[in-house]
Design a protein around this ligand. Structure first.
Ligand code: FES
Length: 205
């Protein structure tokens, strides 16, 4: 099926995009950078972290939207940086840094947006709930070896020992996806195996 073309404006430049693209994809197609944390091109759009927030104006109304999930539309005017956008990114970063104060990626972004990593009380668990590892394992690897446990601020990832013991040793593709601490992900993985009672099921699917 032939996708129809849509013209929109991003940061003052007229851009031609295909119907069904997101603002993020349209921006990336012309080299405009929008920061992301929970986005991965192989995964379904998620819209979890909000660091990709941009200002979008359509039919005279301006709203703040997540660029990684918001579809392009005709006559859309997008600002990828503005006072409002920067304020939201700063706030998002301050909240995320309370969970993962040592994340290099977050610290770099914090410098750019003037975010204070001590603004909120630390609830360091490293996990910022981007879901990249969980979704990658489910959507790309189709293994569901890692999932979320607990709710609210206690939400964290956890490997399912029976599946992880069988699938993860030769994969580990989710570790480098983690925007906060790949090594910590490895630790959670190991811990989940150590703390479950062996022997693991290794022969059944
Ligand atoms: Fe868009 Fe996370 S990258 S919400």
């Amino acid at each position: 099926m032939k996708m129809s073309k849509i013209t929109l404006n991003i940061d003052g430049t007229e851009i031609e995009a295909s119907e069904g693209m997101t603002i993020l994809e349209a921006a990336q197609s012309v080299g405009i950078d929008i920061p992301t944390l929970c986005h991965h091109e192989k995964l379904e759009p998620y819209g979890g972290c909000r660091i990709c927030t941009v200002e979008a104006e359509v039919r005279g109304r301006t709203k703040l939207v997540a660029a990684c999930v918001y579809p392009v539309e005709k006559n859309l005017t997008v600002k990828t940086r503005s006072d409002k956008v920067d304020r939201i990114r700063k706030m998002v970063l301050q909240l995320l840094l309370s969970h993962a104060p040592d994340s290099e990626q977050l610290v770099d972004l914090a410098k750019e947006y003037g975010a204070d990593k001590d603004r909120f009380e630390k609830e360091a668990s490293f996990c910022i709930h981007c879901g990249l590892c969980v979704r990658y394992c489910a959507e790309v690897k189709k293994k569901n070896a890692v999932g979320f446990i607990n709710r609210g601020s206690k939400r964290e990832i956890n490997f399912v020992p029976e599946i992880a013991a069988r699938e993860c040793w030769n994969c580990k593709e989710c570790f480098p996806l983690c925007p906060t601490a790949a090594l910590q992900a490895a630790y959670v993985f190991t811990e989940s195996l150590v703390n479950s009672s062996p022997p693991y099921e290794t022969d059944s699917e």
